[in-house]
Design a protein around this ligand. Structure first.
Ligand code: GLN
Length: 228
């Protein structure tokens, strides 16, 4: 058994050390003796959607989002199908915005999204920057997770879409409704950089557990020493 991770646009969407999320996924698997493979896919490269248990897409500025959005929208059907079949997806900030229906950027241009999340994003006045804490039920019990947000876009969720959590400190999706991120099945979108995963190990392990279940290994994860 091998956990298979697909990293979308590793060269273009990699801001605020978000690559640390991949390092954390890999390390926490290997420390437990779980084999893991990561493959990157850039512009014009199409993964075999059914060959992966975990998809990861990170953040970027408007410029990089403009570069990837058409390519990503073209890949959308494959990604949505994989998520519907139970694959895990983690999308951070700019990647999260592009998985909604559209993102109207700071220049007024409209970037087509994948529509995986029923959500849209519109650039607002000023940026939401700073440390953020949210409370989520993603692991089945209330869990606080911490990260760093830096975005000009305000995201509004459709009525049928659940946020990842509620903001304890910071701004979240739009600074108004108290929601942060979005969840659809095993797909998670969030504004939390940090990087997110090394800072929030219980959340990381929940993602790994779900990805392993998709790979056919529905097992308890051995505990790790997270004291540091
Ligand atoms: N360009 C987007 C915004 O500012 C996303 C930024 C990011 O990914 N950090 O809203």
């Amino acid at each position: 058994m091998e956990l298979r991770i697909s990293h979308l646009y590793p060269d273009l969407l990699n801001i605020y050390a978000d690559r640390g999320n991949i390092i954390t996924l890999v390390r926490r698997c290997r420390w437990r003796g779980i084999a893991v493979r990561v493959e990157g896919f850039g512009l014009g490269e199409e993964p075999d959607w059914h060959a992966y248990d975990f998809f990861y897409i990170s953040g970027g500025q408007d410029r990089e989002q403009n570069l990837v959005c058409r390519d990503l929208a073209a890949k959308g059907a494959g990604l949505v199908e994989a998520v519907q079949a139970g694959a895990v997806l983690l999308a951070i900030c700019g990647g999260y915005q592009l998985l909604g229906e559209y993102y109207r950027d700071a220049g007024g241009g409209e970037l087509e999204g994948v529509g995986l999340f029923s959500a849209h994003t519109i650039a607002g006045e000023g940026r939401f920057i700073g440390n953020e804490v949210i409370e989520t039920e993603f692991t089945g019990a209330p869990l606080r997770i911490a990260g760093f947000e830096n975005h000009g876009g305000r995201t509004w969720l459709g009525e049928d879409t659940r946020p990842l959590g509620r903001v304890i400190r910071g701004h979240g999706n739009n600074g108004e409704d108290g929601g942060e991120g979005a969840v659809r099945g095993n797909a998670v979108g969030t504004y939390l950089h940090g990087p997110l995963l090394p800072k929030n190990t219980a959340f990381t392990d929940e993602l790994i557990r779900r990805a392993l279940a998709h790979a056919g290994a529905d097992t308890e994860l051995a505990p790790l020493d997270d004291a540091i």
